[in-house]
Each structure stands twice: as structure tokens, then as C-alpha cells.
Design a protein around this ligand. Structure first.
Ligand code: ACO
Ligand code: ZN
Length: 174
């Protein structure tokens, strides 16, 4: 059976291979649940309009994972920025990973890998030259995840987080 929500949004996995989660594009109705996951899993919180603006501007790469009960257990969101290229003076489009989080009880099942690979494909339509992100230098788990996708540490951003922690700036050429 297809629900209305499934009709409106693109579904990336059909709960096949015994997967207990479904990856789909975020809708306006999901934002409150996304905020809940973010506030539980990450110290960086954003106001509602911040999520809404990203959903308005870059909907195809704003994905959520829902469990078999329809509860949102993870999200990923990106935005596209124009910035100077590393190796030329030209301005190019960069896909910036704004945030990814998976609820604690749902980790280590491949949800982040699935969110990343599907959203990275989706955001390519903006003719991006590279993917970029910042991650806490202490966030071993997330760094391992990005390295799996071949992201490399490009530099350290000192004092990047409000509590003073440094960030690794990681990039992957498209
Ligand atoms: N220890 C070591 N490596 C790990 C671990 C762990 N506990 N968890 C995940 N990884 C690595 C592994 O390489 C893993 O691949 P493998 O299972 O084949 O070995 C890979 O990450 C992907 O695993 P997934 O199961 O897809 O990852 P998961 O769904 O558990 O989500 C995430 C990973 C998003 C980092 C999760 O731990 C989380 O939500 N953490 C808190 C929020 C967070 O730190 N977000 C990133 C902030 S930076 C940013 O948003 C730009
Ligand atoms: Zn960033």
C-alpha cells in the first residue's frame, strides 16, 4: 500500500534486503521530527526557519530515514555554496554537508551510509565541483564514515565550534 506521503516523495530504498528503515526526501511535516533527532544527537542546534530554508532551496538532498512505524530516526541536509576553487581563481559550486545524525538506537546499520550516498548523488544536479564538510576533531565515528566515502582532511579550522573545539575541514572532489 502506498500512503500519500510516499506518493509525494521519492523513496530511495524499498525496505528490501531486510532493511528496517526507509530513506526518502524530507517534507515540511517532518521538520519537527528532524529537529528532535538533531537536538538529541548533536550540540549544534538550528532554528526552525533554518531547516525550512534548506528544504525550500535544496529539497532533493534533504533526506530522512524512517523506521517501520514511520518515526523519523535520521536525517541529512546539504546546501550549495559558491566559493573559490582550491586550484584556480574561478568560483565553483560546492556541496556543503550541513548536518547528518542518526538516532542512537539506530546506529551501525548502514543508515548514514545510505543517507550519504543517496544525497551525494542527488546534489550533483547543481553541477558541483566538490563536497565539503566540517567535523569535530574528536568525532572519530563521523570521521571514519567520511573516510569510507574517500573524503580527505584538507585543513583544521581552529576554534570552529562554540565550545572551542577545532574542526577538520574535509573535502571530496566530484
Ligand atoms: N566506530 C567506528 N566507526 C564507525 C562507528 C563506530 N561506532 N559507527 C560508524 N562507523 C563508521 C564505519 O566506518 C561504518 O562503516 P562499517 O559499518 O561498514 O564499518 C560507517 O561509519 C558507516 O556506518 P553507518 O552504520 O552507516 O553509520 P550510522 O548510521 O551509525 O551513523 C553517524 C554514523 C551519523 C556518525 C552517527 O554515529 C551519529 O549520528 N553520530 C552523532 C551525530 C554526528 O556526529 N553527526 C556528524 C556530525 S558532522 C556533520 O554533520 C557535518
Ligand atoms: Zn559546515
Amino acid at each position: 500500500m502506498t500512503t500519500n506521503k510516499e506518493k509525494e516523495t521519492k523513496i530511495f530504498n524499498a525496505m528490501k534486503n531486510h532493511q528496517e528503515f526507509l530513506i526518502r526526501i524530507c517534507t515540511l511535516d517532518d521538520i519537527d521530527a528532524v529537529i528532535e533527532v538533531n537536538e538529541r544527537e548533536l550540540p549544534e542546534d538550528y532554528p526552525y526557519f533554518f531547516y525550512k530554508n534548506i528544504l525550500d532551496d535544496f529539497p532533493e538532498s534533504f533526506l530522512v530515514a524512517q523506521n517501520t512505524y514511520g518515526k523519523i530516526v535520521a536525517y541529512i541536509m546539504w546546501r550549495v555554496e559558491k566559493a573559490p576553487s582550491i586550484n584556480s581563481l574561478k568560483y565553483v559550486n560546492k556541496a556543503h554537508l550541513v548536518s547528518i545524525a542518526v538516532a542512537e538506537g539506530y546506529r551501525r546499520r548502514g543508515i548514514a551510509k545510505s543517507l550519504l550516498s543517496n544525497s551525494m548523488k542527488a546534489i550533483k544536479k547543481y553541477k558541483i565541483h566538490e563536497y565539503v564538510l566540517e567535523v569535530r576533531v574528536s568525532n572519530y565515528t563521523a570521521i571514519r564514515l567520511y573516510e569510507k566515502f574517500d573524503y580527505k582532511i584538507e585543513s583544521i579550522k581552529k576554534n570552529y565550534y562554540r565550545d572551542g573545539e577545532n574542526a577538520y575541514f574535509m573535502i571530496l572532489n566530484v
